[in-house]
Structure formats: structure tokens, C-alpha cells
Design a protein around this ligand. Structure first.
Ligand code: CAA
Length: 294
């Protein structure tokens, strides 16, 4: 599809307009000109919030290699943008992502996959992006789609979202962290059952089992809810939210004693920030802090 046709078909909220045509209040938060992507739509729906929407509707957002490289690039741009504090990753109402691209993977040989480190760059999201990433999942989140959602820092979904690790049905296993992240999130027995049977589970179950922070009754409620949470986070000091993300994620890798020690080191270092002084002084003076993000 031509990029012009793609723009015409986008819902208004997602159209990328020339910055000069935007109202002043929007321009203020759009300092970097939006780059256009083949498989993504990017926007800044609220001050401090960057949004990446996977946009490969014909293949239910299957995660082909070019889509993943665009995603990495968009995330890198938001990660370095001064006017963005938090990032939303979402798909469409019908599909967050239906997995890695099966047609691309089918002919791969072991030596190609191994020597080219197939799928390794998917982890850029977890290793390169310091700002919090919120996943908003509606529709299918299968295989790599489920894994991508689990790589994000907070997972929101609709109650009817369709999660699963169905790789076993294709004669393979999860390859982008599914066996590790799902197991840590919901426990070994349930994760093992889901991975060995390839059975799907709903967003309502994802919330009940603690994989999702919240499941919403509709797509509209999901997008409203995720944007509201992103806005709340973006209202705090960047130094604090990046530090908080770092220490929570460390809990996934370290034992309790090392994790607590790590947290304390980061906590101590934050006394060196301006915003720690600003936040605590504002509390004592009963006024709202004005963050410098320094
Ligand atoms: N890769 C490539 N193309 C895909 C795809 C995928 N993962 N999922 C869907 N598509 C394509 C279909 O081939 C179809 O394309 P055509 O119209 O050209 O035939 C189009 O998207 C629409 O799909 P369906 O017609 O199948 O739509 P549906 O509504 O009947 O079914 C579905 C939806 C249940 C999600 C089904 O498409 C499906 O089962 N998809 C595969 C899900 C899957 O197995 N994911 C795991 C992939 S392996 C993986 O991710 C490994 C890893 O760990 C990294």
C-alpha cells in the first residue's frame, strides 16, 4: 500500500500531519519531525508520551524482520527525544501481533538462524530503551506477539485479548523469551501447560494470573486507560521513572539480597539529582513540584 493511501485510511487520531499545521499546543510536544515507516505509525498523543502502533494489518501485525528494525528505530528515537518520558506500544483492535512472521521463518536453516542471530535484535527493546514502555494489547498476541508484550514494562489488555505461545503447533518452541518471561510471570506449572499445549488464554485470564496489570472491557477503554497511565508517569521526573524502571527490572535477574543492594545504590545516586531536591522541597512547602528532569 502506498504511504499516501495508508495515511488516508488511518483513523484521525493517528494521521501524521506536517508539524506546521498542528495547533501550537501540539507543536510544542512535536519538536522532532515524525519519520514515516512502512509498518508503524508513530504519534505523541499526550505531552511526554510517545506512541508506536504496529501497522501491518494484512498479516495481523506479524513481526517480520523489517517491522522489528523499524520498531527498534522508533523506540530509539523516542528514547532519546527530550519531549518523551514514556512510550506506548500497541497494535490494532484486531491484533497486537500474531507472532513472528511464519512465512519468513519457514525456510530458515539452523546455520542461517544461528550465524545471523535470528530474533536477537528483538531484545533491543529490553536492552536499549531506558524509558518505561507500556504495552496496550487488543486482539491476537500470539507467539512473538505475546513475547513482545511481555518485554514491555507494564502490560494492559482488553478482557477478550487472545494471548498464547502456540509455537508447538508449528513444530517449534518460543524463541523471543516466552518460556522465561511467561514462567516468571505466572509460575512454572501454568506456563508449562500453556507452552506444551499451545492453548490460548484471554486478557481476563492474563489479568487474573498477574501477567497483565489490567484488563479493560473494550478497546476504547484500553486506549484511554493506557494513555492516562502514560500521562501520569510522564508527569514525574524522568530521573525517578527511569531509575524506578531499572531497579524493578533488576528484580527479574538478581537474587533478593543483590537486588535490594542494587536498589539502594540507585536510590543513593538519586540524591545527586536536582529533581529529588525539587520534589522533597515542594512537598514540605505544600506545592506542586516543577521537574527539571535533571
Ligand atoms: N506470520 C505470517 N503471517 C501471518 C501470521 C504470522 N504469524 N499470522 C497471520 N498471518 C497472516 C495469514 O497468513 C493471513 O495472510 P493471507 O491473507 O495472505 O493468507 C493473514 O495474516 C490473516 O490471517 P488468517 O487468515 O489466518 O486470520 P484468522 O482471523 O483466520 O486467524 C490467527 C487469526 C488465529 C491469529 C491465525 O492467523 C494464526 O493462527 N496465526 C499464527 C499464530 C502463530 O502461530 N503465531 C506464532 C508464530 S511463531 C513465533 O512467534 C515464534 C517466536 O517465538 C518468535
Amino acid at each position: 500500500m502506498s504511504s499516501l493511501r495508508a495515511v488516508k485510511m488511518m483513523p484521525l487520531g493517528y494521521r501524521i500531519l506536517p508539524t506546521s499545521t498542528l495547533p501550537r499546543v501540539v507543536r510544542q510536544f512535536s519538536s522532532t519531525p515524525a519519520r514515516s515507516y512502512e509498518y508503524l505509525l508513530t504519534s505523541k498523543p499526550k505531552p511526554g508520551v510517545g506512541q508506536v502502533q504496529l501497522n501491518r494489518p494484512k498479516a495481523l501485525n506479524a513481526l517480520c524482520t523489517p517491522l522489528i528494525s523499524e520498531l527498534n528505530e522508533a523506540l530509539k528515537q523516542f528514547n532519546s527525544a527530550d519531549d518523551v518520558s514514556v512510550i506506548i506500544v500497541t497494535g490494532s483492535e484486531k491484533a497486537f501481533a500474531a507472532g513472528a512472521d511464519i512465512k519468513e521463518m519457514a525456510p530458515l536453516t539452523f546455520s542461517e538462524a544461528y550465524t545471523k542471530s535470528f530474533i536477537e535484535s528483538w531484545s533491543d527493546l529490553t536492552t536499549q530503551v531506558k524509558k518505561p514502555i507500556l504495552a496496550a494489547v487488543s486482539g491476537h498476541a500470539l507467539g512473538g506477539g505475546c513475547e513482545l508484550a511481555m518485554m514491555c514494562d507494564i502490560l494492559y489488555c482488553t478482557e477478550t485479548a487472545n494471548f498464547g505461545q502456540p509455537e508447538v503447533k508449528l513444530g517449534t518452541i518460543p524463541g523471543a523469551g516466552g518460556s522465561q518471561r511467561l514462567t516468571r510471570a505466572i509460575g512454572k506449572s501454568k506456563a508449562m501447560e500453556l507452552i506444551l499445549t499451545g492453548k490460548s488464554f484471554s486478557g481476563a485470564d492474563a489479568e487474573k494470573w498477574g501477567l497483565a496489570a489490567k484488563a479493560f472491557p473494550s478497546y476504547e477503554a484500553l486506549m484511554e486507560g493506557v494513555t492516562k497511565t502514560a500521562e501520569t508517569i510522564a508527569g514525574y521526573s524522568k530521573v525517578a521513572i527511569i531509575g524506578a524502571k531499572e531497579v524493578v527490572n533488576k528484580s527479574q535477574d538478581l537474587g533478593l539480597r543483590d537486588g535490594v543492594e542494587y536498589e539502594r545504590r540507585v536510590f543513593h545516586s538519586i540524591f545527586g539529582s536536582q529533581d529529588q531536591k525539587i520534589g522533597m522541597k515542594a512537598f514540605a512547602e505544600k506545592r506542586k513540584p516543577e521537574w527539571t528532569h535533571q
